[in-house]
Design a protein around this ligand. Structure first.
Ligand code: ZN
Length: 236
């Protein structure tokens, strides 16, 4: 049910063998449990010093997805140094040394209450085929596979993104929204009651908003909530 996600070997090396923090490269990561058993000790993915320097769990922000209906978006942290650099290195250069840091962020997200494998699915933000071909991999799918294992909630890949939209970077909020009109489609319907959307970075939340509106049209009885590694400030 939960196939081994890609890049799992690198994470095991980081968590069991290397033991050094991938962010500062100096401090050892603390063991997950004080009771060690067997030959290998599982460790946290960041050291305590780096962990405490990160501002965790910004306030949930909301975007409207219909009449009196709002999508809550919870990010693990802010899109600031050094998280911004870690996300960019992984997304743009497939720098796998950054993956343990990003998985550490995912693990800080609060598991949604009442959600389990029987009633919920995780919906990764779909990418376009042009972007997939250019990058050669899909960062959000990789992250969502790890979140799926962590929360024990299956992935659902029933939505896709159409290639005609241009990149959201540099656009105003109004331009982002109109650019995203009809950007998403569904190829199948989910029977889950809770759709948990995941993106890497949420700035204005416009992409998540457009995806959620489309999903809500097809799943009027489902509840939707969204999660991201980082919340970026649009006005910076
Ligand atoms: Zn560190």
């Amino acid at each position: 049910m939960y196939p081994l996600p890609p890049y799992q070997l690198g994470l095991w090396i980081s968590a069991y063998i290397d033991g050094r923090c991938p962010m500062c490269r100096v401090q050892p990561c603390a063991p997950v449990s004080t009771q060690t058993s067997g030959l290998l000790t599982q460790r946290q993915l960041l050291c305590t010093t780096c962990h405490t320097q990160i501002r965790w769990l910004p306030d949930v922000f909301y975007v409207d997805i219909g009449a009196d209906d709002y999508l809550p978006i919870q990010a693990a942290t802010y899109y600031d140094y050094p998280i911004r650099q870690a996300i960019a290195a992984f997304k743009q250069h497939e720098d796998l040394t950054r993956l343990p840091t990003l998985i550490h962020l995912l693990r800080q997200l609060p598991r949604p209450k009442g959600c389990h494998a029987g009633n919920s699915v995780i919906v990764p933000m779909p990418t376009t085929s042009a972007r997939l071909i250019k990058r050669g991999f899909d960062p959000v799918t990789i992250l969502s596979q790890h979140l799926s294992r962590h929360w024990r909630i299956p992935l659902w890949h029933g939505s896709s993104r159409i290639d005609t939209t241009v990149s959201q970077r540099g656009l105003s909020r109004a331009e982002r929204l109109s650019n995203l009109d009809n950007a998403f489609t569904v190829s199948s319907l989910s029977t889950a009651r809770h759709l948990l959307l995941l993106d890497d970075v949420a700035t204005t939340g416009a992409s998540l908003q457009a995806l959620a509106r489309m999903l809500k049209d097809h799943h009027p009885r489902a509840t939707l909530s969204a999660y991201a590694l980082a919340h970026g400030s649009y006005y910076r």
